[in-house]
Every structure is written in structure tokens, then in C-alpha cells.
Write a protein that binds this ligand. Structure first.
Ligand code: USQ
Length: 407
């Protein structure tokens, strides 16, 4: 199959490109290198020494003889180039990772909120409009998030995207309808993914675009079978307070003797998936495209759920790291239950890599190997969801209250 990967230089995009290329697919990458530029903005770098795209691709060719094409293009802004590219490449599938993916980054300021909305929604609308304009029957595979559901299973297992509802009509008759599961985003980033769902539903209904929307949990791990082949292929490892995700942060914190930063009580439950399973799920999605005329296929791309304090205890027991409960910079429930089905991907052949498989150690070892690249000042999560939980403001408020009491 011919596969075009939008955002193919990123944390999930790069290992997916290599995996699909290894499986014999003809792969091309589009990326505007925005993630690397955000590293510059935040004055932080991947813990692992990622190479520039040209070196990565040369190394891949030298090692495997396989060629991955690369085009530097901004999907959210360069619509005409995108349409021409689709016409030139005529891909069977487009995998869409070309979105700003960090919740804390999306909440840093009004600028970051607006950037995330402009980038993500325009990127999604552009690729859908471009597929329609190309006249080609291209299957779009999108990386969505489990966060579209919010993080409560209200006592029932979260379904894969859709919900059957029953309403009472004016004449008293019972009416059944299938709707998208009610979205409940917890950040501007997650909000963009809930809005993406409406773009997919519309273009699917109006233009019969075939879409698979993968609702992914929190990815952990860093290396896949292909990125391990040579250090020049190494995947990125984000550890900073904006882009680092929780389990990788805990593992890296343990490796450098930094207390594990549990937000609040740690009673939050989230869905997880290992990066090796991410790339496998992308492959399963592209080879199992929806049939012409089929509604948007929504699959929950996660393999297990865990409470954060449970993960912190696991890492602490493994490494001896100390746990520190820090004030939560986010507006989120301090504790929740979460259960979700992943029957779709299991049915297609996914064999989950779980936390038990010894890979926690492997991540800690990678973190240890590159400890010298870590800037400890970048570890705290400083992006706050509201003005009220900005630590500086909270302190100022406490000070004000103290002053008032003294007057
Ligand atoms: N958390 C801590 N300590 C930390 C960092 C985070 O306790 O040092 C907590 C957060 O408060 C939150 C949970 O861990 O309760 C998850 O945070 P996260 O940064 O690991 O993940 P999140 O912001 O939800 O976003 C990540 C990816 C995003 C993806 C999403 C899947 O960045 O692209 O869509 O996971 S999901 O969480 O299922 O929505």
C-alpha cells in the first residue's frame, strides 16, 4: 500500500513510518518540523538524541534498502501544496498525526490555545477537503484520543465512539438513535480532537470519505523494533512538564533520582498503550479500512487502564524512587474510575504489550543512558489550567489573604 504520514517526524509518526516501511508499504512523510521548533521555544530537547530528518532517512535506507520520501509542508496552512501532493503520490491511506498533541502546551496562554485550535482544526479540515478535491478514494486514519470521552466510565465500559440512545417522541413513541459518545474534553488540545470527530462525521456523510479515528490512550515507552536498529533512528523521549507524559516522566524521574511528581492524590485513572502497540495499531487500521459507504470507524487504541498512584508505586518499588504529591496544575477530577473496551483492535489482531512485560526497565535504562541531556529545570509542570491554580498566583493570593488578616 502507498501510505502518506502527516506528522511523520514526531513521537508516534516516526516509529509508525519505519514500521510501515518495514512491513513493505511505500511510505512518504509530510512534516513541518513544528515539534522540533516547539522544543526551541520551550528551551528543552528530547532526552534521546534524535537526528534531523535527512540523517534519519539516509540511515534507514542504508540499513534496510528501503526509501521513505519526505516533504516539508504545513498541513494547516499550505492547502494547495497538499492537494498537489495527494495528486502526485496517489496514496491509498493518509495517516494524520499533524496536530499539536500536548494538553499542557495547549493551556499555557491565549496564544497557545489559539495556535492549537488553528493548527489542529485547519489541519484536519484541510486534509479532508484535499482528499475530496483530489477525487481519490483515500482512507484517512486519524490519531484521536481517549480524552474525547472525558475520564469517567460512569459505571459502564466506554464504547468505541458511538452510543445508542433512546428518547421519547411527542406522540409518546420510543425513538432510538446512535450518536457520538458525548464529548467531554479536559483541555483545549482535547477539545480540538472532539471537534475533529465532527469533521469526520460530516465528510463521511457528505462525501463518503472513509475514515478510521483511533482514540489513543497515553503512550509509554520510546523505542520500537525499528527505532532500535541504529542510534540514528532513535525515537524522541519527552520528559518536560509540557510534553512529557506521565509514565515516561515517572520512569525518567526515577532514573535521574528526582521524586515522582504525582499530581494531587494520584487517584486519576487513565488509559495506556506502549509505543510498539501504537505502530501495530496504525498498521491494523490501514489494512482494515472501512468499506465504501461505511460510517467513521472508531477504535479505542489502548491496552490497559491504571490509576496514577498505582503507577507511581510500581515505579517506586522497581527503582526505590521517592513519590511526591505536588499541587495539580490542571482542572481535573482528583479521582476517577475508567474502563473502556478495545475489542475492535483486539479483534483485528492486536496482542497487547502490557506493563508487566519488563519494558518499564528498558525505558529507565534509556533514560539513564541519556541523563546528561536532561535539564532538571524543565521537569516541573508549570502550565496551569486556570489563573487560580497558577502556583505564583496562588502564593500571591495566600499573601494577600495574609495581609488582609493582618490589617
Ligand atoms: N500527571 C501527573 N504527574 C506528571 C504529569 C502528569 O500526575 O508529572 C497526571 C496529569 O495530571 C493527568 C495524567 O497524569 O492526570 C495524564 O497526563 P499526561 O500528561 O500523561 O497525559 P495527557 O495530558 O492526558 O495527554 C497525553 C498525550 C495526548 C494524548 C493523551 C491520551 O499528550 O496527546 O491524547 O495523553 S488521554 O490521556 O487518554 O487523553
Amino acid at each position: 500500500m502507498k501510505v502518506l504520514i502527516l506528522g511523520g517526524d514526531g513521537f508516534c509518526g516516526w516509529p509508525s513510518a519505519l514500521h510501515l516501511s518495514m512491513q513493505g508499504h511505500e511510505v512518504a512523510i509530510v512534516d513541518n518540523l513544528s515539534r522540533r521548533n516547539i522544543d526551541n521555544e520551550l528551551e528543552v530537547q528530547s532526552l534521546t538524541p534524535i537526528q534531523p530528518p535527512s540523517i534519519r532517512l539516509q540511515a534507514w535506507k542504508a540499513l534496510t534498502g528501503r526509501v521513505i520520501a519526505f516533504e516539508r509542508l504545513n498541513v494547516a496552512e499550505e492547502y494547495d501544496r497538499l492537494v498537489h501532493l495527494l495528486g502526485d503520490l496517489r496514496p491509498d491511506s493518509v495517516v494524520h498525526f499533524a496536530e499539536q498533541r500536548a494538553a499542557p502546551y495547549s493551556m499555557k496562554s491565549s496564544w497557545h490555545k489559539r495556535y492549537t485550535v488553528n493548527n489542529n482544526l485547519n489541519a484536519t479540515n484541510n486534509i479532508l477537503a484535499a482528499i475530496v478535491e483530489s477525487g481519490l478514494d483515500i482512507h484517512l486514519v486519524h490519531l484521536g484520543t481517549m480524552g474525547v470521552y472525558g475520564y469517567s466510565s460512569v459505571g459502564v465500559e466506554l464504547p468505541e465512539g458511538y452510543l445508542q440512545v433512546r428518547m421519547t417522541a411527542a406522540d409518546g413513541a420510543e425513538v432510538e438513535q446512535e450518536i457520538l459518545y458525548p464529548p467531554n474534553p479536559g483541555s483545549i488540545y482535547h477539545l480540538t480532537k472532539t471537534q475533529d470527530q465532527l469533521f469526520f462525521a460530516f465528510y463521511n456523510k457528505n462525501d463518503a470519505v472513509r475514515v478510521t479515528d483511533l482514540h489513543q490512550g497515553i503512550v509509554w515507552g520510546t523505542q520500537t523494533r525499528e527505532t532500535c536498529l541504529d542510534e540514528r533512528l532513535i525515537n524522541r523521549f519527552d520528559y518536560d512538564g509540557d510534553y512529557g507524559t506521565v509514565l515516561n516522566r515517572f520512569l525518567m524521574q526515577a532514573a535521574i533520582d528526582y521524586p515522582l511528581t504525582v499530581h494531587g492524590s494520584g487517584g486519576q485513572t487513565r488509559a495506556f498503550i506502549h509505543i510498539q502497540d501504537t505502530v501495530r495499531c496504525i498498521e491494523l487500521a490501514i489494512v482494515n479500512a472501512p468499506a465504501p459507504g461505511e460510517r467513521v470507524k472508531i477504535l479505542n487504541q489502548m491496552t490497559e487502564t491504571h490509576r496514577l498512584i498505582g503507577l507511581a508505586n510500581l515505579v517506586s518499588n522497581l527503582t526505590g524512587a521517592r513519590i511526591e504529591h505536588v499541587p495539580n496544575p490542571r482542572r481535573e477530577a482528583d479521582s476517577n474510575d475508567l474502563s473502556a473496551t478495545n475489542a475492535g483492535l483486539l479483534g483485528l489482531g492486536l496482542r497487547p504489550t502490557t506493563l508487566r512485560e519488563g519494558l518499564l526497565k528498558e525505558v529507565t535504562e534509556i533514560a539513564k543512558r541519556y541523563t546528561s541531556r536532561c535539564d532538571r529545570r524543565r521537569i516541573p509542570c508549570v502550565s496551569t489550567w486556570t489563573r487560580d491554580n497558577a502556583p505564583g498566583l496562588a502564593m500571591a493570593k495566600a499573601g494577600e489573604a495574609g495581609n488582609q488578616r493582618m490589617q
